[in-house]
Structures are given as structure tokens and as C-alpha cells.
Design a protein around this ligand. Structure first.
Ligand code: ATP
Ligand code: MG
Length: 462
């Protein structure tokens, strides 16, 4: 089959490109279901591989649990079918005009002209909007907010809270998205500019009773270039990579013969890892914030929480084998950390890179400082030291209501505020230590007027 002469006859407009496929609306083909052939839907044509299986699996889990309630949170597969190269060529689904995947297709030696190469065609609802990446582009997006920095800042906080609810929904069914970078989140202009999570291609299910599920988790470590230096990956993933790569254990995990390697971790070895994290992460944060933010206390906190998180693994009585360490991280941390780390990292990236832009208005500057510190505290991998999911919004809402309450009006002082906050933290089992050490409660109290006016004028749709 000669794919050179193929022209696109279905008229789908390119709305996005991925690593191994392209997204069009209206769909190029809708697996023979006519109702999808209009501009309310998109098709993603890609190689039929593990990513399309992952997406299908995630889509089924989400649909099963959330019926139609997922719509404003996730873009999932509504219909999927597979076709081989000959079939998609016959149907003229090749978009060599606009899709660079197809332009480059002939260069893929492995697939070149192999008529049995399988493609997967998936149908999703079209989300009208633009990626979070663009939302985070200050100069471009501020125009959409009529140059009103305060409005833009409020929307970004609202989006953070909304995404926390979304990851709560997927983590609640033991699903990890595992690829929540800012191109996989779309701002839905038809739903109050709230974010929708797309692309479940790298998602996986955590099933503690299923050995295969544990084993599948390691397939990612073989495929992607994890490094402890990659600031955008969660600490636990970077640590697993660090210990498995150290003595080339990865192949053992790949072959499932991983259970006999003795635990070789000691504090020095763990300290080296922590040093790498701190050096690379803060080199990056310092760079994006143009050295305008003082990370001093945050770095001290990082060191402490990473030691708390990791030192315990050097106890060879508790963890005699390396697999005991890895399995403990997999069972107790991965579900809470991968997606929530990504979301926090993306927003830190935004608030720090725009530190200068956001500093121009005094009220925002203060709240931005508080929020940056708040995000850093919540990046802690240990669950008891941070807010998770919906608790982020609940905490801010609680503080807001408290500031407006009669009790507070009658008793306006920091000690009373602090005491109330400590009780709140105790009730929801969150440790106050790093919130206090980073002066978060103090700053919120100090700027209560701005805090109230911020929430007074914000809309939260959930
Ligand atoms: N439902 C949708 N509505 C609007 N735009 C979409 C939709 N799905 C995808 N897109 C656009 O297409 C781009 C690529 O889609 P997606 O992220 O699903 O593919 P991918 O990155 O190739 O996925 P994979 O990692 O599975 O290969 C997205 O970044 C987004 O801009
Ligand atoms: Mg993607």
C-alpha cells in the first residue's frame, strides 16, 4: 500500500498531537457509530499499544464508578476500535497535511509499510478550550482576564482546588493517572474555565492483591528516563528508580525474580539521594523565580521530611530485602503521591515563574507567598503532614468562615486563631509542624483582611 498518495478526505481539523498519534475534530472515523461524527467529538488515531490499553482500562473504571458525573473532570474513551495500516490507508485517514506524526510515519523503520501495523481509533468528547500550559502562560492568558491579575490569580487557585477533587475521584478507585503534566489538562471554556484531565495513556491501577499489577508498575521504569534529578517526578518514583538502577536491579524486576536481593540501604546512601533532590529541585525553583523567593526554610523542611520518609528504609530488620522497601513504597505512598505531586509541581512552577508578574499587586504578592509555602509543605510525601485532595479547599474555606465568624469577631487575636487551627488540624489528623515552621498560619492571620476579600470575590463551583 502506497501511503504517499493518500489524501485526507474526512475533513477533521487537527486539535492536538501526541507522541504517537493525532487528535481531530470532527473525528476522522468513529468506528461506524454515526452519532459521533460531528464537532462535539474528537478522534485520536495512534499506534495500538500499551497506552491505548491503559486508556481503555482507565476509561472503563471511571465510567463504571462515576456514570455521568465524570464529564466535567475527565476526558475518557467513549468508543474504540482498531484498524491496520492497509485499512486506514484505504479509508484515507492519514493526515499528512497537518499531523506531524503521519508526516514522520515513513521514518519509523519498525513500522515502515507494514500493513499489519495496528492503529487504535478512540472517540472522546471534544473539550472546547486550551491546555493548562497555555493557561500558565502569563502574558498570553492575562489578556483573557482583561489584564486583571487578581481575577487570573483567583482562577488559578480555583483550578488547583478543582484538580484536587479530580485526583481524589481517580485515586479513590485506585487509579493513578501518572502523567499529569500541563499538556494533559485542558481548561474547559464551556465550564467556567475549570480544568479537565485528559490522556490516561500512562495510567495504572494499584491492586495490592494482584502481583501483575505490582509488576506492571515497573514497566514504566524501563521505558522512561527516570532520574533522581527529574524535578517533575514525585520523590517516591525517583527513589525507587535510584535504588533499582543503582545495582542494575531493574532487569530483575522486569523478570519477576526480584525477591532475593538483600537491603543495602544505609543513611549515607539515602543522604546522597536527598542531596541530589535538594540540589536539582532548588536549582530549578531558584532559576524560575529569578532568585526572588527565599527558599531557606523550605530547603530545611525538605531535608527533614525526606529523611523522615526514607531513613526508616535503612532498617534491615524491618526491611530485610530491597523488595520489602519497594513494595512498602508501592503499597503506602504511590497512590497518594504521584498525581498530587504533579499537580503541586505544576502550580509551583506557575506561581514561581510568574513571581515577578504577580508581585506587582500587593494583595496578590502576599497571597502568592502564602500559597507557594503552602504548596511546598503539601509536597511532603508523608501523608500525616499534608492536606490531601478536598481537604485543601476545605481548609481555606474553614479559615475564611472562621475569620467571618462572631466568635472571632469577639476574640480577635492570634492566639485564639492558632488554637482553633490546631484543633482543626488535629481533627482531620494533619500535623501542624511544617505549617508552623514555615509561618503559614502566622501569615494567614496577619493578612486576614486580604484573605477575606479574596474569598469574598471568588467563585468556587464545587
Ligand atoms: N477530548 C479532547 N478535546 C480537546 N482536545 C483534546 C482532547 N483530547 C486531546 N486533545 C488535544 O490533543 C493533544 C494530544 O492528546 P493526548 O494527550 O490524549 O495524546 P498523547 O499525548 O499522544 O497521548 P498518549 O500519551 O496516550 O500517546 C492534547 O494535548 C490536547 O491538546
Ligand atoms: Mg498527552
Amino acid at each position: 500500500m502506497n501511503i504517499n498518495n493518500t489524501i485526507l478526505i474526512h475533513g477533521g481539523k487537527l486539535v492536538g498531537e501526541g507522541v504517537d498519534g493525532c487528535v481531530h475534530t470532527p473525528p476522522l472515523f468513529s468506528c461506524k457509530i454515526d452519532k459521533y461524527m460531528n464537532n462535539k467529538y474528537v478522534s485520536k488515531l495512534q499506534f495500538h499499544n500499551i497506552y491505548s490499553f491503559n486508556e481503555l482500562n482507565a476509561s472503563n473504571l471511571i465510567k463504571l464508578k462515576y456514570k455521568n458525573y465524570y464529564n466535567n473532570h475527565f476526558s475518557i474513551i467513549l468508543k474504540q476500535c482498531t484498524k491496520n495500516l492497509d485499512e486506514i490507508t484505504d479509508m484515507s485517514l492519514f493526515d499528512k497535511e497537518t499531523c506531524s506524526f503521519f508526516q514522520n510515519f515513513e521514518k519509523y523503520d519498525d513500522y515502515k509499510y507494514k500493513s499489519d501495523t495496528l492503529f487504535s481509533i478512540s472517540i472522546y468528547k471534544y473539550i472546547v478550550g486550551y491546555p493548562l500550559k497555555q493557561f500558565f502562560d502569563f502574558n498570553q492568558t492575562i489578556l483573557l482576564y482583561e489584564n486583571d491579575t487578581f481575577k487570573y490569580f483567583k482562577q488559578s487557585i480555583a483550578n488547583f482546588f478543582y484538580l484536587q477533587k479530580s485526583i481524589y475521584m481517580i485515586n479513590n478507585i485506585n487509579l493513578v493517572h501518572n502523567d499529569l503534566h500541563y499538556d494533559n489538562v485542558v481548561i474547559n471554556t464551556n465550564n467556567n474555565n475549570l480544568p479537565v484531565i485528559i490522556d490516561f495513556g500512562r495510567s495504572f491501577e494499584i491492586d495490592l492483591k494482584n502481583e501483575n499489577s505490582y509488576h506492571n508498575f515497573f514497566s514504566y521504569f524501563n521505558k522512561f528516563h527516570f532520574k533522581p534529578q527529574r524535578t517533575w517526578d514525585s520523590f517516591d518514583v525517583r527513589f525507587i528508580y535510584y535504588i533499582l538502577k543503582h545495582k542494575s536491579f531493574l532487569p530483575f524486576y522486569h523478570n519477576k525474580s526480584y525477591n532475593k536481593i538483600p537491603n543495602f540501604l544505609n543513611k549515607n546512601y539515602i543522604d546522597d539521594f536527598i542531596d541530589i533532590i535538594i540540589t536539582y529541585d532548588f536549582r530549578y525553583y531558584q532559576y524560575i523565580s529569578n532568585n526572588k523567593f527565599d527558599f531557606h526554610k523550605i530547603i530545611i523542611m525538605y531535608k527533614k521530611f525526606l529523611q523522615d520518609f526514607l531513613y526508616k528504609f535503612s532498617d534491615i530488620n524491618l526491611f530485610p530485602l530491597i523488595d520489602d522497601v519497594v513494595r512498602n513504597i508501592y503499597s503506602n505512598y504511590i497512590i497518594y503521591n504521584i498525581d498530587s505531586y504533579s499537580v503541586i509541581f505544576n502550580f509551583l512552577d506557575f506561581f514561581l515563574s510568574n513571581y515577578h508578574n504577580l508581585s506587582k499587586i500587593n494583595n496578590i504578592y502576599i497571597l502568592n507567598n502564602i500559597f507557594i509555602k503552602y504548596l511546598f509543605v503539601n509536597i511532603n510525601p508523608i501523608i500525616g503532614y499534608k492536606f490531601l485532595y478536598k481537604n485543601h479547599f476545605d481548609f481555606f474555606k474553614y479559615v475564611y468562615k472562621f475569620f467571618k465568624s462572631d466568635q472571632f469577631y469577639k476574640n480577635k487575636n492570634y492566639l485564639y486563631f492558632k488554637k482553633t487551627m490546631f484543633e482543626y488540624f488535629k481533627n482531620i489528623k494533619v500535623d501542624t509542624r511544617y505549617f508552623v515552621e514555615n509561618d503559614i498560619l502566622k501569615s494567614i492571620y496577619h493578612y486576614k483582611i486580604n484573605f477575606i476579600s479574596f474569598f469574598d470575590s471568588s467563585s468556587f463551583y464545587y
